[in-house]
Design a protein around this ligand. Structure first.
Ligand code: ATP
Ligand code: MG
Ligand code: MG
Ligand code: MG
Length: 548
């Protein structure tokens, strides 16, 4: 019955207050058709349902419906972080460049140097940094991530190990000059991220924190109706020792994740394609060798790879470029005998570890259990965890005094062990629709829906003509209002029921309750939502007044 549905929804969403929102008062410019510039399912739905509009590539205007969902995603993320003793802060988006020089992520700016001095491949990618100058000529970075800011705060405010552990986070706007902003909210130049930075006294404690935060991530994503895959990731130039990405599996995902497909759903191994390459190489470690030959006066190095290990050309190119070499120019990969690769001396002089360039792909044996085979799945990266170690804390003087072993009241300074943990809040919003939306519209878990229910009734002038209808509408409004302030929409706009139902489905409102003017004792209840188990639940039931 409507009453039972409402009580259950109230239980899920809390509820409590009594104001309903009139559909006509919510600015929702819907579109009849999928716009031509919609690149993915979620992008098309966000535009059609009037959730969002583009201002420029990678820059979005979130309209009231979209903003509501974004707030709900933020709320769910906030609750998860507060649940593990996270302290929420709000940090500036403009960050003095010197902080980035202090951490070593940007090289000191020279008098007339252009932007070309960023370190390659650092998290948040050097070339992705937006920077601007203030009136005094000082450069400010529009932060793509906030390690420096939080580390500077902790360096200034903490001196005893007794203040640890500390978990600080914020939910805020991030700026990245993405090479290819696309897919709507999924790859934007301005987007919302939750980023947490953790501070622990030693590595053991930092690893415990890592386990706690990653468990909270999994729980959060499951509660939002997703089935996240936690995949091992390479730590890259960020300098950490442990890293995992949280992926939502969808064909539009830009990341390749390799997963063990052995018996009983595999051994549980999952890694992004770069990390899997490293794992493949590590498994075969010892079998590689570098040969040095001099041919016609020219030194050549041959990298002998164990069979089954392929060279990841993209990675090799990046490594070569970071060494000032012109990519793979002069390195003839194709002509190399199988498993061997002639490399320029520059590689050897950089003491490049061949793990660095190994690659893995679907069909390879699982580097973990060796029994299963790897299968490739496409993932949307919605979260990322890094154990940072002391890279930022040592560079920026974030140290605490700890008692020395021999006691006697002596203390020593020790750099704090850090971790950083991101969730793409606005990307997550789109990812839920890549998984759960369809051509008819969005589908949300109750916790994220812009409104929990919409009561579709005839326009006021029609209701006024029938005391029976008016009483019925008033009773249903009162019954629904217990769902809480701003959670219930009353759609009394002057348009057809068909269109109102279509718009409710498009917006993914979990319950649309339709009362016909001809038979006010009947209500059609359309359920369209994602259950807590992550399944689509679509149902239409007709209920009568007595039952309601
Ligand atoms: P990607 O590989 O997709 O470029 P990233 O690895 O650069 O992401 P992180 O630095 O790990 O991103 O940032 C943490 C999270 O922020 C990501 O897991 C993702 O969910 C989100 N995110 C990153 N870049 C964007 C973007 N351009 N638009 C929206 N969300 C983003
Ligand atoms: Mg990126
Ligand atoms: Mg990534
Ligand atoms: Mg990442």
């Amino acid at each position: 019955s409507v009453g039972r549905t409402v009580r259950w929804m109230q239980h899920v969403v809390g509820g409590g207050s009594a104001r309903v929102t009139r559909a006509g008062s919510v600015f929702t410019p819907t579109l009849a058709d999928v716009p031509a510039d919609a690149s993915t399912l979620s992008h098309g739905l966000l535009l059609r349902a009037g959730y969002a509009r583009a201002l420029a590539p990678g820059l979005h205007m979130l309209l009231p419906m979209g903003r509501r969902v974004l707030e709900n995603v933020s709320g769910a993320v906030r609750a998860a972080m507060d649940g593990i003793d996270g302290n929420e802060c709000t940090m500036p988006h403009l960050v003095p460049r010197e902080l980035w020089e202090m951490s070593g992520r940007l090289l000191p700016q020279e008098a007339d140097s252009e932007q070309g001095d960023e370190k390659e491949g650092s998290k948040g990618g050097g070339s992705e940094i937006f920077a601007l100058e203030d009136r005094r000529g000082k450069t400010l970075v529009l932060a793509p991530t906030h390690e420096e800011v939080f580390t500077a705060l902790v360096a200034a405010e903490l001196d005893s190990y007794k203040s640890l552990p500390l978990r600080l986070y914020q939910i805020g706007t991030k700026y990245r000059d993405e090479i290819r902003p696309r897919f709507g909210l999924m790859r934007a130049r301005e987007f919302v991220m939750k980023d947490m930075y953790t501070f622990d006294v030693d590595e053991t404690a930092a690893r415990e924190t890592y386990a706690t935060v990653t468990a909270a991530y999994t729980q959060l994503l499951v509660s939002l109706g997703l089935r996240p895959l936690m995949a091992a990731a390479d730590t890259g130039n960020i300098g950490g020792s442990l890293s995992h990405e949280f992926h939502v599996m969808a064909d539009v995902g830009e990341d390749a994740v390799l997963q063990c497909s052995g018996a009983d759903d595999g051994c549980g191994y999952a890694a992004n394609v770069e990390e899997a390459g490293g794992d493949m190489a590590a498994r075969a470690a010892g079998a590689a060798s570098v040969e040095h030959t001099v041919l016609a006066g020219k030194a050549t190095y041959s990298l002998q790879l164990p069979s089954g290990i392929e060279v990841n050309r993209l990675r090799l190119t990046r490594v070569l470029e970071s060494l000032g070499h012109n990519g793979l120019d002069g390195v003839d990969v194709a002509a190399a005998p199988s498993g061997a690769m002639p490399l320029e001396p520059v590689l050897a002089s950089a003491s490049l570890g061949w793990e660095d360039v190994a690659s893995a792909r679907a069909g390879d044996g699982c580097p973990c259990c060796e029994a299963g085979e790897l299968v490739e799945r496409r993932g949307i990266e919605v979260g990322h965890a890094f154990l940072l170690g002391t890279k930022y804390s040592s560079g920026m003087g974030a140290v605490v005094r700890v008692p020395t072993r021999d006691g006697g009241g002596l203390t020593a300074e020790r750099p704090i062990e850090m971790g950083c943990y991101g969730i793409g809040v606005s990307r997550l919003m789109a990812a839920v629709q890549e998984v759960h939306g369809d051509k008819d519209g969005m589908r949300w878990p109750l916790a994220l829906a812009p409104f929990v229910a919409t009561l579709i009734v005839p326009p006021a002038r029609k209701v006024a003509h029938s005391p029976e209808l008016a009483a019925r509408v008033a009773r249903l409004e009162a019954a629904l209002s217990v769902l809480g302030e701003g959670r219930v929409l009353v759609d009394d706009r002057d348009m057809s029921n068909g269109r109102k139902k279509r718009e409710a489905a498009l917006a993914g409102i979990p319950a649309a309750i339709l009362v016909h003017s001809k038979a006010p004792e009947r209500a059609e209840v359309h359920i369209r939502m994602v259950t807590s188990g992550g399944a689509a639940h679509d149902e239409v039931v007709v209920v009568h007044e007595d039952a309601a």
